[in-house]
Ligand binder design. Structure first.
Ligand code: PLP
Length: 291
């Protein structure tokens, strides 16, 4: 079936979709994006994705190309036209096309909107997740990764380093030897409070140093419901290595338990009991939206 893309007001064959060579996204990475997961034809946590996109646009002072209702309509139409049962819808907004000049165009230009869809193979049951191997590497990104900017070169290099090491993901380490997040996912550990023995989930606080992932937000809400203890604060590489369990969260891959970090096995090397409980709860959470 031929793929369809949406580009600046038109639905066009994916292979013929084009933006101008002076689009500021192409020349300056001057734009933002979002990725909405589609499960059994349903968009998961759709509004949270639009909220994040709108926030990023406001931070960069890029106008919204269309209002939220219209964007949602376009995204659903792309999912339908591409017959996406399971997959993602990708939305990108740039400051538009203008003669190359670092500062914002003096004559206002409309922001450019591109929406595409892609099929992904997803598990029938989200409680059954494949484990991943992770490497660590320096967090070389700019100081505002909370904005989902299309400027992803450090993330690209980190992911490539993981692939070349035979791993799936790179977890990024800041100047304090703490993990901020993965190159395309939020990073979590499970550990026990040494005094009380209580099981605690830990992930970096949602400040300017990380992207506030939508799956992360869903897990924080589920934690409240299930009374899991969460510490929103960084963990060091040493704390990661001695954690009972570790996992990552993202819309593209949902929840993935970590088997090894830099070749060292985390916990038992199998999905631990806490991660399994989280996977079960998250599978129910997705089913409640997708049927
Ligand atoms: N952190 C980074 C750097 C990401 O690129 C992503 C997703 O692409 C995430 C975290 C997870 O965000 P979400 O759960 O919204 O997919």
């Amino acid at each position: 079936m031929p793929r369809t893309a949406y580009v600046n007001g038109r639905y066009v064959p994916h292979g013929h979709a084009q933006v101008g060579i002076e689009d500021r996204g192409y020349q300056f990475a001057d734009g933002v994006y979002d990725v909405v997961p589609v499960v059994k034809g349903a968009f998961i946590d759709e509004d949270w994705h639009w909220e994040r996109l709108e926030r990023g646009l406001a931070e960069l002072r890029i106008d919204q190309p269309v209002n939220r209702k219209t964007l949602s309509m376009i995204a659903h139409r792309i999912a339908q036209r591409n017959m996406i049962e399971n997959g993602i819808v990708y939305v990108q907004v740039t400051r538009g096309e203008a003669p190359r000049d670092h500062k914002f165009p003096t004559k206002p230009v409309p922001p450019a909107l591109v929406v595409t869809g892609r099929h992904l193979t997803m598990p029938d049951d989200f409680s059954q997740a494949r484990m991943i191997d992770v490497i660590t590497g320096p967090d070389l990104r700019w100081a505002r990764p909370d904005i989902k900017s299309i400027s992803l070169l450090p993330n690209v290099l980190a992911k490539q380093a993981a692939a070349e090491a035979g791993a799936y993901e790179s977890w990024l380490v800041n100047a304090n030897n703490e993990i901020t997040e993965g190159s395309s996912a939020n990073a979590w550990i499970v550990h026990r409070d040494p005094e009380s023995g209580r099981v605690i989930l830990r992930t970096h606080q949602s400040d300017q140093a990380i992207l506030k992932g939508i799956v992360r937000t869903a897990l924080v809400a589920l934690a409240e419901k299930h009374q899991w203890a969460i510490e929103e604060q960084p963990f060091t590489v040493e704390e990661l290595m001695s954690a009972d369990e570790a996992f990552q969260s993202s819309s593209g891959n949902m929840i993935r338990p970590v088997r090894t970090v830099d070749g060292r096995t985390i916990g038992s090397g199998e999905p631990g009991p806490v991660v399994q409980e989280i996977l079960n709860a998250f599978a129910d959470y997705v089913s409640a939206q997708s049927g």
